[in-house]
Write a protein that binds this ligand. Structure first.
Ligand SMILES: Cc1ncc(COP(=O)(O)O)c(C=O)c1O
Length: 289
């Protein structure tokens, strides 16, 4: 859902896109969708669900709440401390399953095997894909035993359990564990965040730097207004490409940094240099420097 603080929340923002599915605001403190400030807000965006959704729809009608531990395509949004725990408590209160979509955040990306581990929250179901087989097509759903009560053969698909993809996943897990990639993700992520933080001091176009491990985003803004600087983000993405670095945008104006888990200090420093040069050039070209 796209919500900007300046526009506020509209009814259509959480009306169903697909039948039976409602969308609610995320814990996006940098642009709070309900115009509050953490921590004095007391994480009101979770209470928002009670007030605006459960008031009109019986909570017993809801099978599950799906959440990304850190929003990926939404702009690399890291919710504040206590947010996931409050969501878990809401689910428990109403007997609703909590499903963590760890497709982007899982498999060591954030420095823990699953991002939910950072928040001390145990989902009922976890969805995993992308990094699980390091490029070979594979997805997995992991759930608590009490949820996995389907009859044998209830769910099947043509390519499910592909032996080559499964072998790649087993090897990926071994490498992550045995080659210290979780520790590397934490150390290199800190180096990257620190470097981006320093850049943000010199560049008011970097409005926010956030992330965990090697899932790091830098949100680019128009310094005068704080609005999303989409043009600058797209221009800088092109410029880093021509310098040999691949960056894919996330959300309206976030640069996403997601290097391989075995990235080195040299490569992080190089990435920071390339980004700094490209950002400077982009600012000058767009008259923002
Ligand atoms: C967070 C998240 N969940 C789910 C998906 C869909 O994953 P898949 O392509 O494995 O169906 C994506 C794809 O980009 C994603 O980013």
């Amino acid at each position: 859902m796209s919500l900007s603080a300046s526009k506020g929340i509209h009814r259509q923002d959480f009306e169903p896109l697909v039948g039976g599915i409602l969308h609610v605001p995320y814990g996006y403190c940098y642009r709070c969708p309900i115009n509050l400030t953490y921590p004095s807000c007391n994480i009101d965006c979770i209470d928002f669900i009670e007030r605006n959704i459960f008031r009109f729809n019986d909570p017993s009608e809801f099978a599950a709440i799906f959440v990304e531990p850190i929003q990926g395509e939404g702009g690399y949004v890291l919710p504040p401390e206590g947010w996931h725990a409050k969501l878990r408590a809401l689910c428990d209160q109403h007997g609703i399953l909590l499903v963590a979509d760890e497709v982007q955040t899982g498999m060591g990306r954030t420095g823990r095997f699953f991002a939910m581990d950072h928040f001390g929250v145990e989902p009922d179901i976890t969805c995993i894909a992308k990094g699980i087989a390091n490029g070979l097509p594979l997805g997995a759903i992991v759930a608590k035993a009490e949820v996995m009560d389907w009859e044998y053969g209830s769910h099947a698909n043509t390519f499910g359990g592909n032996p080559v993809a499964c072998a790649a996943a087993m090897e990926t897990i071994r490498v992550i564990e045995e080659e210290g990639l979780l520790e590397n993700a934490i150390a290199m992520g800190q180096r990257l965040m620190l470097g981006l933080g320093h850049l943000a001091e010199e560049h008011p176009t970097i409005g926010d730097v956030r992330g965990l491990g090697l899932m790091v985003g830098a949100e680019l803004i128009e310094p005068e207004t704080g609005e999303h600087a989409k043009k600058l983000r797209d221009l800088v993405s092109d410029k880093v490409y021509y310098r040999g670095m691949l960056i894919l945008g996330a959300g309206p104006s976030t640069m996403r940094f997601l290097p391989p888990l075995n990235v080195t200090t040299h490569e992080i420093d190089l990435a920071l240099d390339i980004f700094a040069q490209a950002l400077h050039e982009g600012e000058v070209e767009l008259g923002m420097g």
